[in-house]
Design a protein around this ligand. Sequence first.
Ligand SMILES: *Cc1c(COP(=O)(O)O)cnc(C)c1O
Length: 445
Amino acid sequence: MDDLLSRTRAAVWHPCTQMKQLEAAPPLAIARGEGAWLIDTDGRRYLDAISSWWVNLFGHCNPRINAAITDQLGKIEHVMLAGATHAPVVELSERLAKLTGLGHAFYGSDGASATEIALKMSAHFWRNSGRPEKNGFISLKNGYHGETVGALSVTDIPLFKSTYAPLLRHTVQVPTPDARLAEPGESAKAYALRCADALEAHLAEHAATIAAFIVEPLVQGAAGMAMYHPAYLTRVRELCNRYGVHLIADEIAVGFGRTGTMFACEQAPPLPLAGSDFNPVRPDFICLSKGITGGYLALSAVLTTDDIYAAFYGTATARGFLHSHSYTGNPLACRAALAVLDIFEHDNVIAANRVRAIEFTRILSEVAAHTRVHHFRSRGMIWAFDVADASPGFVSRFHQAMLAQGVFIRPIGNTVYAMPPYVTSADDMRGLADAVLVCLDNPEI
Ligand SMILES: *Cc1c(COP(=O)(O)O)cnc(C)c1O
């Protein structure tokens, strides 16, 4: 294990890490995984309480996903998707279209590449429609959409963004409906609608030069699991319709059941148009990644409407969307994603999670009531709270103290959150709650 740690320090540049800090806080050397648990090279077990950065859904080494990938390995591991196609990518596109109501799927590798694709497609749509001046973007304050240069332009996390400011395109951030920011006595809904008014004020003036508004539906993950009222999404859909601006739903983190529905947008109350009960708020683009393969392989997808797709269709090559990544539509990743969708269907996962979420919230009730805990909140399979008196160094002290108790958790600022795989048991969750209470009871942490 020590050997692996010195070699990783010498040869691997770890993500989102000041490498010098690895001297004091070495990374876990993981040998294998088993359901919701990670097992290190010394045989110590850690509950993967944040699903390996929000990607894992059905546990590590899931037999059904393993079998699908293994089966695909014996057929074709990869073929380029320009000039060729294959059953896994066709079937996945059909099934995602049914789930999202968006008819065409374009593939990338990571979440950030999905953001890039959606931004480029939106601006290109307006160009193809004779409105090339509509190429600006709006996003939410504290929003996160990835860290490649285009995606970082619509991200608003200073720690990730400031250093690269000279490289980035100017975009505008509007107030976040994060319910923690409501005035005393103001409901989460009233506050969300007040934030939507601020968006409207901006659109009223600038819509002529704006291509799209990109948003993380219901939960701003990297902002510290900031949760907001779903009425915001309905209002935003109306505003985007009225002002002729695309709505991009970045469901990279919240998709695939994390917030309690398959996609977070489904929780937006129906638009007060149409007179139909079933009128879900549908974005113009949806970005999917992370859980899409159950946390197995790098895959992302951007789905969009038939109308947007049609604007690219024609005889002129440059009218087409000429974007590409080498591994676009990788068959192994698509098979993993199909296995994930099968599990959702066969195990009725969304309904089962509804029951699980109620139980986990009850298990965490003592945490919620702790005097150091503020803004305890949950949505679907995500739980979070803020530690009011967190002092500098809290993140690493809390992280290390949880590791010592067999739980892998990494706070964001003073926010502690759990986003466990859906195979986490009530006993696992009780262990997590007990470990959190030990940390909270220790004034040194
Ligand atoms: C993680 C994330 C991304 C970026 O995905 P990567 O795969 O890390 O590039 C984009 N948007 C949201 C909301 C995310 O949580």
